[in-house]
Design a protein. Structure first.
Length: 120
């Protein structure tokens, strides 16, 4: 069963996209809203959505709500990592890097320094 724009609470308004690509409707805007907010669209698609939002009150309401929600989540989810935890993690990473380096050196030493024995 196909969802239509009315089922989604959206107006089926279509706004010219520009060029030869036709129209962008509310469903297209809704499906690309997070990509739009995250700046992950091509310039053409971004401009088409901007034009649609300029002419479609229901979509701009959804857009503004989602943009505000995204800002709220970003602002509230900024816990600072305690400095002692940062130091412990850096220490473990440093130790692990040293171990890996020593293992590489050991392998290189064991293969590079083995004497050539001529049994003949």
């Amino acid at each position: 069963m196909e969802n239509n724009n009315a089922d989604m609470g959206l107006n089926p308004m279509e706004v010219p996209q520009g060029g030869s690509s036709g129209y962008i409707d509310c469903r297209d805007v809704a499906s690309k809203l997070y990509d739009f907010l995250d700046g992950e669209l091509t310039d053409d698609k971004r401009e088409a959505i901007k034009r649609h939002l300029d002419h479609c009150a229901p979509c701009i309401e959804v857009f503004e709500f989602e943009a505000d929600l995204k800002k709220l989540v970003a602002n509230k989810c900024q816990e600072k990592v305690p400095e002692t935890l940062r130091q412990r993690i850096a220490s473990v990473i440093s130790i692990e890097a040293s171990v890996i380096s020593m293992e590489k050196d050991s392998k290189r030493f064991s293969t590079d320094t083995s004497p050539d024995l001529d049994i003949n």
